[in-house]
Design a protein around this ligand. Structure first.
Ligand code: A3P
Length: 290
């Protein structure tokens, strides 16, 4: 980490002072009360979070795009851990939709005693690394890096916002046997969005006919979403993040890491991946299938 002072650490996880508050994150775990009908999108950053918000919003509005066109994503599904959001969340959004990047050990305890559901979206960590590398410059006060190589090293060591990708996914994966937890990947979503949308509907107990499902898929496609995000007039929820809009919808593909990693970096990453993910069911991770 070339400029570590911008982060504060809470229970081993780096957060930024600009968007997060230590005391607030501390309170969140005990005080945030999820309700049985709530649905929380949980992701490691840059896994396709906004895409999932779009899909869920459209499912909730039965394929009608009016809501996603008129209300920005952070109001439709607020991040529970971002400063000043908990009060808002406890006042309830109408939808009961929430978003979070928190690792399991910092997540509100009320989830585990309620019937609230989690939809966990995972993505190839190599593509996440590249996506975050491009996005970080648009996050206010994110540490500066002079080279991709330095960022690559910090990502591998978990010295990035929200910590290690490996710890995040390994922390959450044991939940996948629970009926209130759905594990999905960015790659399967990209490969067959309709099947994924149907799977999500089934998980949420929402019945949408063919026409509505098609509308969900169409209105959550990369070009349509890009237009929505760029055309939204409301200012971004965090100060000085206005320019990040364009980077939220950068390329939207699988495998862009191949355009960034050197052969040595690929080998280093693969070696660490094998070590860290040893014993995990590799069929869950279709990173190379698209
Ligand atoms: P890239 O930077 O690789 O293009 P998050 O929402 O978690 O910040 O994730 C952002 C990533 O999801 C970006 O990846 C973005 O392009 C991609 N993304 C967003 N909407 C998408 C869509 N409809 N289809 C495919 N990828 C999408």
């Amino acid at each position: 980490m070339e400029n570590p002072t911008k982060f504060f650490f809470f229970k081993g996880i780096p957060f930024l002072h600009t968007c997060y508050d230590m005391e607030y994150i501390q309170r969140l775990r005990d005080e945030f009360k999820l309700q049985d009908e709530d649905v929380i999108i949980v992701t490691y950053p840059k896994s396709g979070t906004h895409w999932m918000i779009q899909i869920l919003s459209l499912i909730y509005s039965k394929g009608d795009p009016t809501w996603v066109k008129s209300v920005p994503y952070w109001k439709r599904s607020p991040w529970i851990e971002i400063k000043n959001r908990m009060e808002m969340a406890n006042n309830r959004t109408d939808s009961g939709l929430f978003t979070s990047h928190l690792p399991v050990h910092l997540f509100p305890k009320s989830y585990f005693t309620s019937k609230a559901k989690i939809l966990y979206l995972a993505r190839n960590p190599r593509d996440i690394l590249v996506s975050l590398y491009h996005f970080k410059n648009y996050i206010p006060c994110y540490p500066l890096y002079s080279t991709f190589e330095h960022f690559f090293e910090d990502f591998l060591q978990g010295k990035v916002l929200y910590g290690s990708w490996f710890d995040h996914i390994k922390g959450w994966l044991p939940m996948r046997n629970s009926e209130k937890f759905l594990f999905l990947t960015y790659e399967e979503l990209l490969q067959n969005p309709k099947v994924s949308v149907e799977k999500i509907c089934q998980f949420l107990g929402k019945e949408l006919n063919e026409e509505k499902i098609n509308s969900v898929v169409e209105n959550s496609s990369f070009p349509v979403m890009k237009n929505h995000i760029l055309e939204t007039k409301e200012p971004m929820p965090v100060e000085n993040m206005e320019t990040s809009r364009i980077m939220l919808m950068r390329k939207g593909i699988c495998g862009d890491w191949k355009n960034h990693f050197t052969v040595t970096q690929m080998e280093t990453f693969n070696k660490l991946y094998q070590e860290k993910m040893k014993g995990m069911d590799q069929d869950l991770f279709p990173w190379d299938q698209c």
